[in-house]
Design a protein. Sequence first.
Length: 303
Amino acid sequence: MNEPQQRCGLMAIVGKPNVGKSTLLNALVGQKISITSRKAQTTRHRITGIRTRGAAQFVLVDTPGFQTIHNNALNRTLNKTVQGAVGDVDLALLVVEAGSFTTADARVLALLKNDVPVLLLANKLDNVQRRADIAPWLQDMMQRHPFVEIVPMSAKNAKDIERLLDVCEKYLPEQPWWHGEDELTDRSEKFLAGEMVREKLFRLTGDELPYTSTVVIDKFEEEPPARKGHKRLVKLAITIVVERDGHKAMVIGDKGERIKRIGTEARVELEKLMDCKVFLELWVKVRSGWADDEARVRSFGYE
């Protein structure tokens, strides 16, 4: 019998802020590589996830939520990232909340080229009280755009994720894989370390801390295992950048409790993700107005 022909293609996950794009990417890859929190604009970089299943390799690009409210240098940069990611893909996954389609959703849809097949993912189906209400909404969505398919689902449901991969596989070109079978992302451990600290920062400060806070990696050093059977050691020094003194106090917390917890939770997840021992130092610095300064935005790693 002939081996099945390999398929491989680029798929962009797009949508407005906070519709579950990063949760979906992690579920499709099968491991956490993109950070998540309830705060809009958690994802700030184009992150590629790789899932190889059977003869198919899915190369998934998670993008920042397309921002239409705040027009500062940071958001202009993030929006360029979204537009760049959707320009040359084999399939676009437009993520919306099941039963809802807002002006912000329409603006993201307008970014997609006519020659790119678009799959509409009606995510967070588990939040819909009456499934019967979805039918007229689906009819309305089919009138809005020639979507190749509409998939109602929940990114938290493993069966839905497998069903989605089955649907997507048909749209991947027949060609050799671009990555090794066991690769999960194109991002470095150094990048993932900074992202993990930023996730814990956002999760543990909630809505108190403005989204214009970021992290800068000052040191990433690896030491080989001390002896056989031991794990390598990664030493990290990371600075959390905020815009005001009040935000700095908020991040540090009473008697340093909050920054200690941010560091502990990030270290535990990084040790699991990178299979190593991690020594992590955190600092907090104030850089007022950085998110509206093009040069500073670039210097902090936003392309």
